[in-house]
Design a protein around this ligand. Structure first.
Ligand code: HEC
Length: 144
């Protein structure tokens, strides 16, 4: 194959790949938003609701798929770089094709409310009416 033909073939391949990528994107939901993750979602992980340990206490220590960065000494919030890592970890728990079925939403929810039977961290949300659960669901694209 001459170099010229080869480069045409390569270019066509690149164009095809680009086309299929943009097709997937346009079919899916809008991508998860980093700014609202920082302002609305991350604070929930640090909160300490009555009778619960906050998500951060366990999920910055353990190695489950939901992993939060350790806060720097003396800091009460993550810096931008850490938030990016949290964002990546948490985004992996969102099912973009079926946001309502996301692990992030189902796993910490009480079983009677439609959540998983067992979460080592217990029933973090008693129902889907919990404002924090709602904020997570909105961010994940499962609720308006
Ligand atoms: C007392 C410790 C503890 C607390 C508090 C806790 N978790 Fe967990 N969580 C765990 C452990 C351990 C696992 C992995 C084993 C399991 O599935 O139960 C887990 C698993 C998960 C998973 C499934 C992802 C995976 O790694 O497989 C999600 C999602 C999750 N937790 C969300 C939360 C959220 C959201 C909060 C706070 C609202 C929270 N957890 C609070 C201990 C905790």
């Amino acid at each position: 194959m001459s170099l010229r033909v080869l480069s045409v073939v390569v270019a066509a391949g690149v164009a095809l790949t680009a086309a299929s990528v943009s097709q997937v994107k346009s079919q899916g939901k809008p991508p998860l938003d980093f700014e609202s993750f920082k302002s609305r979602v991350e604070p929930i992980f640090l909160e300490k609701p009555q009778g619960h340990v906050r998500c951060y206490t366990c999920h910055s220590e353990n190695n489950s798929a939901f992993h939060l960065e350790r806060l720097p000494d003396g800091a009460n919030f993550w810096n931008d770089e850490q938030s990016r890592k949290n964002f990546q970890s948490v985004s992996g728990l969102v099912a973009t094709g079926d946001p309502a079925g996301s692990r992030l939403l189902i796993h910490p929810l009480a079983p009677e409310a439609g959540g998983d039977l067992f979460h080592s961290g217990g029933r973090q949300f008693e129902s889907k009416n919990d404002p924090d659960w709602k904020a997570l669901a909105q961010w994940a694209g499962a609720e308006k």
